[in-house]
Design a protein around this ligand. Structure first.
Ligand SMILES: *Cc1c(COP(=O)(O)O)cnc(C)c1O
Length: 382
C-alpha cells in the first residue's frame, strides 16, 4: 500500500497523475462534463461518424438480426457473415488480397507483431510509434531497434549494421503520427524495406478515413499497397465505432488465424459494431466532403496559431501546440477548460521530456469562427 501511495503522490507532484473524467454527453463537437459544456478537441471522431444516422440504423438492424453479442471467438461459432462482408470491403478499400478484423487496434498490433516475429528476428520501429506497437514487439521477443522519428538516414544506418544478423526483419511506422500529427516518409521506407529484404507494417490509425482520394489512407494514396505487406488501422477513430483491421496477403491472413493469440483467444466483436464499420467504410469511400472540410479547417487553425507565434506541429487533423514544460502545459489546459475548451495536455512519458503539448484533435463539427476564437484565447491565456 505504501508503495502504491508513493507512486501516486510522485505522479501528482510531477503533474503526471492520470484520472478519469466521466462525461454525460458527447454530441456534435461538444462534450458535457460535470454539468458544463465544452468544445471538444480531444476526440478522434474526426468525421463525426459516431452519430451518423445511416451508421446508427445499420447497427440497430444488426442487433435485431443477430443479437447484442456473438459470445464466441470467431474460430468457434462466432464467424457471422458480417465479418466476411467487412473484410471484403476492407481488402478492396486498401487494395490488398485479403483482410482480417481485430477487436481493437491495441489487440491487432499486439497479436500481429508477436505472431510474425520471434526471438531470431529483428524489428526496426520509429521512436514515436504507438504503445501497442512497442508492446507487440516486446511480446514477440524479437530484437528491437528504434530509429529516430521519421529519420530515414538513421533507419538505414541501423539496417546496415544489424539486419544481416537476424532471420526475418520487420520495419514498423505509423502513417500519420498520433502525437506529432505528421506524416511518415513511406516511399523512402519502402525503398529500404526492399533493399534490406524486410517486411513493412504501416499503422494507419489516424489516416484511415482522412487521407487519400477515397479516404483509404496514406499507403493506397501513394499507390504503395503492393509494397506494404501489412496495412493496419482502427475503426475507433475517423470511422466512428470500434475495432481494427489488417489488410494483407491471403497466406499472411491464414498464418494469423492460426497463430495470432489476440485473434484466437478473444470473443468476436458484436454484430452492431461490425455493421457500423461496414456502413462507415461506405460513407467514407463515397463522400469526400467531410474529410476535405476537416483538412481545410486544420490548415486554417494551424495558420491562425502560427500567426500568434505558437510552435505548431504536424500536417494533419491532429494539431499539437508545443508548450514545453509539463506544469506550464497543464496550467494552460486548465485555463482553456475554464474558457470552455476541452483540450488535454500530453506529457512525458507519452512525449519526450520538455516537449509537453496541448493536442487539438479537429472534427467535422468545429466551425472556422470557433477556431479563430480559440487561437485568440490561446494567445491571451499563455
Ligand atoms: C489508437 C491507436 C491504436 C489503438 O487502437 P484502438 O482501436 O484504440 O485500440 C493503435 N495504433 C495507433 C497509432 C493509434 O493511434
Amino acid at each position: 500500500m505504501e508503495r502504491i501511495k508513493e507512486f501516486l503522490n510522485k505522479r501528482q507532484q510531477d503533474s503526471l497523475l492520470r484520472t478519469l473524467k466521466p462525461f454525460s454527453l458527447r454530441e456534435k463537437g461538444f462534450v458535457c462534463i460535470g454539468g458544463k459544456r465544452y468544445v471538444d478537441f480531444s476526440s478522434n471522431d474526426y468525421l463525426g461518424l459516431s452519430s451518423h444516422p445511416y451508421i446508427k440504423k445499420n447497427a440497430k438492424d444488426a442487433i435485431d438480426k443477430f443479437g447484442a453479442g456473438i459470445c464466441s471467438s470467431r474460430l468457434l461459432s462466432g464467424d457471422i457473415e458480417l465479418f466476411g462482408i467487412l473484410e471484403k470491403r476492407i481488402a478492396d478499400f486498401k487494395q490488398k488480397e485479403s483482410a482480417l478484423i481485430f477487436n481493437s487496434g491495441y489487440q491487432a498490433n499486439l497479436g500481429i507483431i508477436s505472431a510474425i516475429c520471434g526471438k531470431n528476428d529483428v524489428v526496426f520501429s520509429d521512436r514515436l510509434n504507438h504503445a501497442s506497437i512497442v508492446d507487440g514487439i516486446l511480446l514477440s521477443g524479437a530484437k528491437l531497434f528504434r530509429f529516430n522519428h521519421n529519420d530515414i538516414g538513421h533507419l538505414e544506418t541501423l539496417l546496415k549494421k544489424h539486419r544481416a544478423k537476424f532471420q526475418r526483419c520487420l520495419i514498423i511506422t505509423e502513417s500519420i503520427f498520433s502525437m506529432d500529427g505528421d506524416l511518415a516518409p513511406i516511399r523512402e521506407i519502402v525503398k529500404l524495406k526492399k533493399k534490406y529484404t524486410s517486411m513493412l507494417l504501416v499503422d494507419e490509425a489516424h489516416a484511415t478515413g482522412i487521407f487519400g482520394d477515397d479516404g483509404s489512407g496514406v499507403v493506397a494514396s501513394y499507390r504503395l499497397s503492393d509494397d506494404v505487406d501489412l496495412i493496419m488501422g482502427t475503426f475507433g477513430k475517423a470511422l466512428g465505432s470500434f475495432g481494427a483491421y489488417l489488410a494483407c496477403s491471403k497466406p499472411l491472413r491464414d498464418l494469423l488465424i492460426n497463430k495470432c493469440r489476440s485473434f484466437i483467444y478473444s470473443t468476436a466483436l458484436s454484430p452492431a459494431v461490425i455493421a457500423s464499420n461496414i456502413a462507415a467504410v461506405d460513407i467514407v469511400r463515397y463522400d469526400p466532403f467531410r474529410r476535405q472540410l476537416l483538412l481545410e479547417k486544420a490548415n486554417y487553425l494551424r495558420e491562425q496559431l502560427r500567426s500568434k507565434g505558437f510552435e505548431v506541429l504536424g500536417s494533419s487533423q491532429i494539431i499539437p501546440v508545443v508548450i514545453g514544460e509539463s506544469r506550464k502545459t497543464v496550467l494552460l489546459s486548465e485555463k482553456l477548460q475554464e474558457k470552455g475548451y476541452w483540450a488535454l495536455p500530453i506529457r512525458p512519458p507519452t512525449v519526450p521530456e520538455g516537449s509537453s503539448r496541448i493536442r487539438f484533435s479537429l472534427n467535422y463539427y468545429h466551425r472556422k469562427s470557433m477556431l479563430k476564437k480559440l487561437a485568440e484565447d490561446m494567445a491571451t491565456l499563455s
